[in-house]
Design a protein around this ligand. Structure first.
Ligand SMILES: Cc1cc2nc3c(=O)[nH]c(=O)nc-3n(C[C@H](O)[C@H](O)[C@H](O)COP(=O)(O)OP(=O)(O)OC[C@H]3O[C@@H](n4cnc5c(N)ncnc54)[C@H](O)[C@@H]3O)c2cc1C
Length: 448
């Protein structure tokens, strides 16, 4: 019996379901999937990150006597070929993405697949309400998980140390260029191991609850990209933090379970990818020009523009800023959350369909356990509250470094300064807020 160990979004050798469940002779593989890659721009930052992580994984597998065969093809072709070469089955972790589900169905017609829950802590099929229906609200969902979230540790997968690699051509390593991509500059935190990021975070965790919203501070864990591609598992993060007796990590653990919650929601309500979860019908604005200005960071509102410019340049955005730009797009510009979700999907290094869809629906007040529709972030109040001195804005727009930071927090403040070229706001914040609330009331059939 020889098994194929298909690494996909679990690029690690610790707490690895497939390395734990595999037996005897194995062929670990990674496929640079042509179907996925062909849809991406050649400067996609994620591909550089994945590429380096795959090479890292290859080295780690070598250090335990295995190796990684790398393919650049469509998965169907790879598995047809491997079947002909006598492989019996495929082991992999479950990928809940829509494309992945369809792809796996096709692969299963070629070779039997054994799939394991490995990218998340919870199996979404479990943890239902007492009436056997899924939770829709985070707090009761989280409370029901007390036994897990309050425990000292969660069992991880132990590697089977008796695995042997099959003879194979392990030498093929396509270059990024051969894959059709240009190497992109990586932020320094992306080059660090997940465990190093955790170590650094331990120093900050005491202030996490208070500081995490101040987007000019470096107060959060920055683990989302590593979690997304499985360089570290959520269980490992959990266990590591819980191993310190003198550290209160409860608030952070709760955040980690938002990731679980959104995965659970998308699993049970797959239509929420394309429909408003709460079923309200909204006539969104189709203003393409406004949408483009939002994407390009040219709305005339410094906090929005800095957040979007920074996203376009780095592939990252602070959580508070994600909430602010999402509220602005869906409430002030009244543009469909799906357009914002798609744009984030294109740009975010940590793009995770479930978290992104769930968070966008939350921001648009259309989701499970959503923000109330009358909660519209005022971007000027947000920047004053969480970046009073305009530190983040000035970092992104060095040309504004001499501007009095008060002007960042006033409508058309910066554009009123004759010495800089900065656009006027594309929308009146209080008027658009009022109009959005009225439109929401109408959509919900509430009295105006
Ligand atoms: C509109 C919008 C879109 C988002 N899209 C994504 C996405 O595509 N991928 C993604 O991983 N996160 C997404 N988030 C959640 C959150 O912004 C990021 O997880 C966080 O900014 C990552 O930084 P961090 O690792 O330093 O977070 P920390 O504050 O250190 O949190 C630790 C981990 O908990 C999880 N987490 C924290 N907050 C959330 C949350 N609200 N929802 C789900 N998981 C959370 C993440 O895995 C994160 O890495 C989105 C939020 C919003 C408002």
């Amino acid at each position: 019996m020889s098994q194929i160990l298909w690494f996909r979004r679990d690029l690690r050798i610790t707490d690895s379901a497939i390395l734990s469940n595999a037996k005897h002779k194995v062929l670990p593989i990674f496929i640079f999937d042509k179907n996925i890659l062909k849809a991406l721009p050649k400067d996609d930052k994620r591909v550089t990150f994945i590429y380096k992580s795959v090479l890292d994984l290859k080295n780690r597998l070598k250090s335990i006597g295995l190796d990684l065969a790398i393919f650049y093809d469509e998965p169907i072709n790879v598995f047809k070929n491997l079947k002909e070469r006598g492989f019996d089955e495929v082991l992999c972790s479950i990928d809940f993405d829509n494309y992945a589900k369809k792809r796996d169905k096709e692969i299963e017609k070629i070779l039997p697949m054994k799939r394991f829950i490995d990218s998340f802590i919870l199996n979404p099929l479990e943890h239902l309400k007492s009436d056997n229906t899924p939770y829709k609200v985070f707090t009761p969902f989280y409370k029901s998980l007390n036994i897990i979230s309050k425990s000292k540790s969660i069992e991880t997968f132990k590697r089977n140390e008796n695995l042997e690699k099959v003879d194979f051509d392990y030498d093929f390593i396509p270059s990024l260029k051969e894959l059709g991509f240009e190497e992109q500059r990586q932020e320094s935190f992306l080059q660090k191991d997940g465990i190093i990021l955790l170590d650094e975070f331990i120093e900050k965790i005491e202030n996490y609850k208070e500081d995490r919203d101040f987007f000019y501070k470096d107060a959060s864990s920055k683990l989302s990209v590593h979690l997304r591609f499985g360089l570290i598992s959520a269980k490992e993060v959990f266990n590591y933090l819980k191993s310190f007796d003198n550290i209160d990590c409860e608030f952070f653990i709760r955040e980690l379970f938002w990731r679980e919650f959104y995965n659970y929601i998308l699993f049970h309500f797959p239509k929420s990818e394309i429909e408003n979860f709460n079923n309200i019908e909204i006539e969104w604005n189709d203003n393409e020009e406004d949408f483009q200005k939002w994407c390009d960071g040219k709305t005339g509102i410094p906090i929005i523009d800095a957040a979007m410019k920074n996203l376009n340049e780095t592939g990252m955005m602070h959580n508070r800023l994600r909430m602010v730009v999402a509220s602005f797009l869906t409430k002030n510009l009244f543009i469909d959350w799906k357009k914002g979700e798609k744009y984030f999907a294109l740009k975010l290094l940590d793009y995770e369909a479930s978290s992104n869809i769930g968070s966008w629906q939350w921001s648009a007040s259309t989701g499970a356990d959503a923000s109330p529709y009358f909660r519209v972030f005022n971007p000027y109040i947000q920047s004053k509250k969480f970046d009073k001195e305009g530190i983040f804005i000035k970092t992104v727009f060095p040309e504004l470094k001499h501007i009095d930071s008060k002007l960042f927090h006033t409508e058309n403040g910066v554009s009123s300064n004759l010495f800089v070229e900065y656009p006027k706001s594309i929308v009146d914040i209080s008027l658009s807020r009022k109009q959005a609330i009225e439109k929401f009331k109408r959509a919900r059939n509430e009295n105006l």
